[in-house]
Design a binder for this molecule. Structure first.
Ligand SMILES: [Zn+2]
Length: 371
């Protein structure tokens, strides 16, 4: 399968326009998927979703004019309405807090993901490696962006077509980003803070790890999320940190024995003053966390080191299938709620390249993309 890669350069407007033009059909399909999901799963009508998107457009124009210009470019290039593109870009805020608003009986569903990082001392070639399976609905259209901005580092990332901010990616300053959806009882779109995808875009535009961290921790957030970020500063040298963010607080975790993993639950919700929202039937995150941690520790205790190939093997793990690290549709949920691994990525921050599959890593061969 040929990977959809968009090559973009220039100003935020030009980058957005290229994205919109090259991915016009995929963006149209993502709009159909999300507006249907807003309505069916979160009882959010099209008009109400657009009304909320309009409020967020004002916020984005204020806190990140460059992101707003990129969204305008996407709308222009894909011949869609700016408010529709905005709704797509803030779908995280619109959907997640809505689950809580319509009553906690409704099962909150976050982007399911298993992510881990390995420090240079824990890898075969002393490169900093970061790896993730992103589990979501298979209908969503994903694309890879190769961005050469007029200012700031070059970026290689994965995103949903129409969403400006890449979720999983790396840049030419050696920064890498992985993300995990999280839900707390304090998440609320009405907080109208800088949205999740805007933060992702700013992290991938950062030149230093401390700058990237401040993109998460500064100010408050509308919704919770987890960010696993790293930076390689030379052969054998680098740092990894995991930041759990709730609306009013953040907490950081460091690697143990050179490795660090995260899935879709807070490791320390009390410290952040929030309650974990986890449904009985959605325990996949606990299993995936225990399993990936066990696999990484087994390797380290045997004095083993992580390589790109080993990381790919870990992402293909089927223990506990279908709710496994390599996730497959669970037939006990309704069609729109069946998540599976949509993209699998292993990144080498030193080499500035990644290995990826669109679809399950157990069914597809990994392909290489370079910055
Ligand atoms: Zn599989």
């Amino acid at each position: 399968m040929r990977l959809p890669v968009l090559r973009l350069k220039g100003s935020p407007s030009e980058i957005g326009y290229g994205h919109g033009k090259q991915a016009q059909d995929k963006i149209q399909r993502n709009l159909e998927v999300y507006f249907r999901r807003f309505k069916n799963e979160t009882k959010l009508s099209r008009d109400e979703a657009l009304r909320r998107a309009e409020k967020y457009l004002q916020v984005i124009r204020l806190v990140s004019p460059a992101y707003a210009r990129a969204m305008e470019g996407v709308a222009l290039g894909s011949k869609t309405r700016l408010l529709e593109i905005t709704a797509l870009n803030v779908r995280y805020e619109l959907m997640y807090s809505q689950f809580a608003k319509i009553g906690l009986k409704q099962v909150p569903r976050v982007d399911g993901c298993t992510a881990f990082g390995a420090m240079p001392k824990a890898t075969v070639n002393r490169h900093l490696l970061m790896a993730q399976n992103w589990d979501w609905i298979p209908q969503v259209e994903g694309v890879f962006l190769k961005i050469r901005p007029t200012t700031g580092p070059d970026v290689l990332c994965f995103t949903e077509a129409g969403v400006v901010g890449g979720k999983i990616g790396l840049n030419s300053a050696g920064i890498g980003l992985l993300i995990n959806g999280l839900i707390s009882n304090k998440d609320d779109w009405e907080r109208l803070k800088k949205p999740f995808h805007v933060r992702c875009s700013e992290i991938l535009g950062s030149k230093t790890l401390s700058q990237a961290i401040s993109r998460i921790t500064r100010g408050e957030r509308s919704c919770s999320a987890n960010f696993l970020i790293g930076q390689q500063t030379g052969l054998g040298a680098g740092k990894i940190v995991d930041i759990e963010s709730a609306p009013e607080a953040t907490g950081a975790f460091s690697p143990e024995d050179g490795v660090l993993a995260h899935t879709n639950h807070f490791l320390n919700p009390e410290q952040l003053g929030v309650k974990q929202v986890l449904d009985e039937e959605r325990r996949s995150t606990l299993h995936r966390f225990a399993r990936i941690t066990q696999l990484l520790q087994q390797r380290r205790s045997g004095n083993g080191k992580v390589s790109m190939t080993k990381a790919e093997q870990l992402l293909r793990d089927h223990d506990g299938k279908p709710e496994s690290v390599c996730r497959h549709e669970n037939p006990s949920f309704s069609t729109d709620e069946r998540y599976r691994t949509v993209v699998s990525v292993v990144m080498d921050l030193y080499a500035g390249q990644l290995q990826t599959t669109l679809g399950s890593p157990c069914e597809e061969e990994y392909q290489t993309l370079r910055l």
